[in-house]
Ligand binder design. Sequence first.
Ligand SMILES: Cc1cc2nc3c(=O)[nH]c(=O)nc-3n(C[C@H](O)[C@H](O)[C@H](O)COP(=O)(O)OP(=O)(O)OC[C@H]3O[C@@H](n4cnc5c(N)ncnc54)[C@H](O)[C@@H]3O)c2cc1C
Length: 507
Amino acid sequence: MADYDLAIIGGGLNGVCMARDAAGRGLRVVLIEQGDLGSGHSASMGLMQGHFTGIERGALLGISRLLAERGKWLNNAPHLVRPLQMTMPAHDDHRPPWMIRSMLQIYDRLSPRQGLPRSASLDVTHHEAGVPLKRPFGLAFAWSECVADISRLLVLAAVDAAERGATVMTGARCVRADRTDIWRLALVNRGRRTSLTARALANAAGAWIPSVAETVLRIAAPPMKLMVSSQIVLKRRFDHHGVYAFQNNDRELIYAAPWHGDFTIVGNAERPFTGDPAIVSASAEDVNHLCRATGRYFREPVEAVDVVHLQSALYPAGLRGGDGGIGTVRFDAGRKAAPLLTVFGGDATMSRRRAEMAVSRLTPFYPMSRPWTATAPLPGGDFPWDRLGDQIERAQERWPFLDARQAARLVAAYGTRLEVILGAARSRDDLGPRFGPDLTAAEARYLMTNEWARFPEDILWRRSKLGLSMSRESCEALARFMTTAAEPQPYLSSTANACVERSVFRS
Ligand SMILES: Cc1cc2nc3c(=O)[nH]c(=O)nc-3n(C[C@H](O)[C@H](O)[C@H](O)COP(=O)(O)OP(=O)(O)OC[C@H]3O[C@@H](n4cnc5c(N)ncnc54)[C@H](O)[C@@H]3O)c2cc1C
């Protein structure tokens, strides 16, 4: 008998959502990730949207599917997903106002009624949304979308998978997979060679899918064109919680969104990519493009020198939004050839549904229970989406040493699971040493024990974005803490500087 029913290569959103779905349906699952969970994709603004401009292409079915999924995430991950107002300043050079108004009316009809405000025209000369904008913009359009903390969503989906019995391996690279009536996998797991067997295999290796197909599975790679998508982070440009959608010369939208308190994130600059997926970076042209596009709208100039952080990641071309965000699920099996799933692309919004579709392809092979994730909250998400404020208030009552900002950050990251981290603490000192103003040893230890964090950057850039405001000294102190708090493991000799590699600190 094989060790597992399903082995999944790749701990990105597609891999973890499949692991969660399959584990909850009774399969014995192993998830194999060569780095950290989500390390292939740390660059996302996390917009969960129906892509309303798809109406121009008549993509109504895709839009309504995306909007339905958006609603499910809002219900199932109310700590990680929040509604927001999207604002698009009217611009005479692009879509005329009457066109945007009619498209938004259709969009309203496609949106499930969830208590989110309908679209509206805004006189931004008398509205907070107009404050950061240049004077000529008097009219704007507003509608509802959602934004999610995708990195945490991904990690919490993995936590749920593990709690339902999945084995989650990080720092484990699949180097070979031999196919007969089962799969035999060779791994390099934290420096050690190991092997395992599985009845089915999923290649969910994101941008590495072609190289995994060719070098690990030794089959033809699926056709896949990669795009590199980049974002810039600026010091905060506006005080409200909404997101701007700026029309650009090429009819694409550039978004500017609030980001982790003191920052504004601007994206996306996209261009075709060839090369090694492990080496992706924003070019000077990407940065200039984003500065130019936002500089047309913001009153304060936006220049390359204002960029405090850059991030980039790869995604398969043409597979976001345009196809209703569903991406690609390929299935292949035969006599004496164990099943192989290849899953890639698509919007984060559709990742739950995509995983459900992928795992369901295995139903002819194994008995498994029915799809279940549509109504199941992620860990910590067992409260209604419009009660986040109550949860924050409750946290401040329970742990009065938290200020409003700390309580909001912690509840937004952990939801009702905050209890496990803070427990009976009566003061900040009960939570151990501090790294920077916000991170405590209790939180870091929880992330190491329960969420597979191994290195400072796992905590500072993926399970939080505290790296944005942490000094080099605090990063180094955290690295020392993680080395001593962990079981002695050779891989923890990573440099203390890992956490500052990606950021350009300016404060
Ligand atoms: C820049 C960017 C921005 C995005 N923004 C949005 C957004 O705003 N809204 C939205 O809805 N969607 C967005 N998306 C899309 C969404 O996030 C995708 O659904 C998601 O990226 C899917 O990733 P994945 O799991 O297929 O691949 P990845 O996240 O790349 O994961 C693949 C994993 O496989 C691992 N791996 C590779 N080879 C091996 C091996 N041999 N052994 C073990 N592990 C291996 C890699 O380390 C990697 O972690 C964005 C995507 C990108 C790239």
